[in-house]
Design a protein around this ligand. Structure first.
Ligand code: UGA
Length: 443
């Protein structure tokens, strides 16, 4: 059992805190959002993540998981401190590292205070960068700590990027494909070996810069895979082939792999758009123009526009046509709408002056904050009533079992655009719908 501190109770921080407490460690999780901490103490989660609430509850009950708004408390009581604060995009698309910097300064202040209070005692901390950051960020963390802490404090710096996916984050914590650890000392390495011992997967120990790069390179590669299959989907549409079959045929080659070959409206979320952009930027700073990734971004953007083009192909003019949008979150099993394709599609449809009706199993409240003036309904049948067109942008399981006969009876025109190629278009056609997928042979 180790004393672990996590700074930042966002998706990465909170899941990591819950996961480490479930493994039997004593964890203190801190956030500067006092309201969030108050809610967490009352077992109210700041976001929806399947299975998280139960683990947090268990950790709090066993007194293995504590929430605080004080970084000092974390630094005082934890041998290992994970920095898991946000690195949001700046206007130029770089990673904003000011939160990481602020936290580093706070850690240094806390260490200085502890030094003054515990004179003569050995003080050691392992400080770990967990958020997704550009290469060389940990170097800055190290320099800052060296500069701001008095002598007599020992610390190691490490980079241990997180690879969890929203919606399956708990599972990803306990069963990851790999754990990547960039650490410079044997002392730091031993601590990681201990805390990750219960997790059975390949563990890669490397230098800090390589660890930081692995994260950006992995997310960008996955984004590239998605844009690649979307480009293939476009050529499929032009020649009358079916991208679903093409993807299957490609994916059976183990060197390609079948995952992340789902064509659709493109990637969204708090990670891929931001990370691809930050990676392009940091490469630029070092004199390398990563044009391949710029094309990945372009294709992703075009996929949003493709939905509007398909809508126009069906309806001619969109002005004052009622269009229902099902699926507002950036992917299923989350209420997260950050960089969601739905935001782009709604904006484009608003420009066309379409009348919008939106539905989502979890994300309505979040979307209301961005578009307060649109009609929303938790009832899919109400949300599709009088619609000329129904567009699916997220492949929620619940959408597959909708009563499409009832939906069709309520609609003005029987048009469906499936932006995720997840509906059974044969049965929809049997019901009389006119269906359009992405890169799918569906005429
Ligand atoms: C992603 C990575 O998958 C995680 O490994 C990583 O830890 C995380 O970013 C992060 O950096 O924190 P996440 O953003 O939660 O995780 O979501 P994904 O499941 O990867 O999906 C991203 C987007 O790609 C979604 O909009 C999804 O709909 C889209 N996607 C995914 C496709 O369009 N096609 C696919 O074949 C797969």
């Amino acid at each position: 059992m180790k004393n672990i501190g996590i700074i930042g109770a966002g998706h990465v921080g909170l899941v990591t805190a819950a996961g480490f407490s479930k493994l039997g460690n004593k964890v203190i999780c801190c956030d500067n959002d006092k309201e969030k901490i108050k809610n967490l103490k009352n077992l109210l989660m700041p976001f929806y993540e399947p299975g998280l609430e139960e683990i947090v509850e268990e950790g709090v009950e066993k007194n293995l998981l504590i929430f605080t708004d004080s970084i000092y408390e974390v630094v005082e009581n934890s041998e290992i401190i994970f920095i898991a604060v946000g690195t949001p995009p700046t206007e130029e698309g770089k990673a904003d590292l000011s939160y990481v910097e602020n936290v580093t300064v706070e850690i240094a202040k806390a260490l200085t205070k502890i030094r003054n209070e515990k004179k003569g005692e050995k003080i050691y901390r392992l400080i770990v960068e967990k958020s997704t950051v550009p290469v060389l960020t940990s170097e800055w963390v190290k320099k800052t700590l060296q500069l701001l802490t008095p002598t007599g404090i020992e610390f190691d710096i490490a980079a241990n990027p997180e690879f969890l996916r929203e919606g399956s984050a708990i599972n990803d914590f306990f069963y990851p494909y790999r754990i990547v650890i960039g650490v410079e000392t044997e002392r730091g390495k031993k601590i990681f070996e201990e805390i990750y011992k219960p997790i059975n997967c390949p563990k890669i120990f490397t230098d800090i810069r390589s660890a930081e790069l692995i994260k950006h390179a992995s997310n960008s590669f996955l984004a590239l895979k998605i844009s690649y299959i979307n480009a293939i989907a476009n050529i499929c549409e032009k020649v009358g082939a079916d991208v679903e079959v093409v993807a299957e045929g490609m994916g059976l080659d183990k060197r390609i792999g079948k995952e992340f070959l789902k064509a659709g409206v493109g990637y969204g979320g708090s990670c891929f758009p931001k990370d691809v952009s930050a990676f392009i930027n940091i490469c630029e700073e070092f004199g390398y123009s990563f044009n391949l990734l710029k094309e990945v971004q372009k294709i992703n953007h075009q996929q949003r526009e493709l939905i509007i083009k398909k809508a126009k192909d069906l309806l001619w003019n969109l002005k004052e046509k009622t269009i229902s949008i099902f699926g507002l979150s950036f992917k299923p099993n989350t209420d997260d709408i950050r960089e969601s394709p739905a935001i782009d599609v709604i904006n484009l449809l608003k420009k066309e002056k379409a009348i919008l009706k939106c539905h989502d199993p979890k994300a309505i409240e979040n979307m209301k904050k961005i578009f307060p003036d649109i009609f929303y309904s938790e009832d899919p049948y109400e949300a599709s009533r009088e619609a000329h067109l129904l567009i699916f942008l997220t492949e929620w399981e619940a959408f597959k079992t909708l009563d499409f006969k009832r939906i069709k009876e309520g609609m003005k025109l029987p048009y469906i655009i499936d932006g995720r190629n997840f509906l059974d278009f044969k049965s929809l056609k049997d019901l009389g719908f006119i269906y359009r997928g992405i890169g799918r042979k569906n005429e």
